[in-house]
Design a protein around this ligand. Sequence first.
Ligand SMILES: O=C(O)COP(=O)(O)O
Ligand SMILES: [Mg+2]
Length: 227
Amino acid sequence: MDNDTPPLIVDIDGTLTDENRAIDHRVMPVLREWPAHVVIATGKAMPFPIALCEFLGIERTVVAENGGVVFVEATDELRLEGDHEATLAVGEAYRDLGHDLGFGQIDLANRWRETELVVSLDQPLEPLEELAAEHGLVVLDTGFAYHVTDPVVDKGTGLESVCAELDLEPEAFLAVGDSVNDAQMFDLAGEAVAVANADETALERADRVTDATYGDGFLEAVAPYRD
Ligand SMILES: O=C(O)COP(=O)(O)O
Ligand SMILES: [Mg+2]
């Protein structure tokens, strides 16, 4: 490992992608060649960041479902946390009110979830927030989906779990992200960088904001460590 390069924890949607969630291909060699640990931290279900790591050819170190799921390949550790039953109950009550999760019958957004529930942004937020509160849960609007999440977990607790496994300190990390679900990992990381398209919360909690958006923003965020 290169002593000058910090370990990296990075969000997917809005940070490694464009606004349509397509990966910016220029981020791929950066992640593949990063000379320290790379943690993929996302609101998506575990198969997505795992697949990203697989196809990049990097070690699978993943925080998924906004911290509900943590997988560390190096120590063969899988941690699931948060009240999944409560999130499913919210989904059921939401449907009972005549609403829909908004992802169709097959629902690839929820299909492999183990700890939280997501609802499409085109569905009504208010009843979802009310039901979530009744079950002791929160709704996070990442700009890509509404996440019904147990507040005992977040990407910050996920980072702490990864660090405990790999014998690292959260403060050693460079964190890059774009939204409210990145706030807690921003607070813990030594340096937190928000890409320019980030939401208010992420902008506020970041130490640095890039001039560029999306994948260009990520490349700008990591540029000081690549020269
Ligand atoms: O799944 C989402 O809504 C956001 O995912 P992200 O955490 O990778 O940006
Ligand atoms: Mg994001």
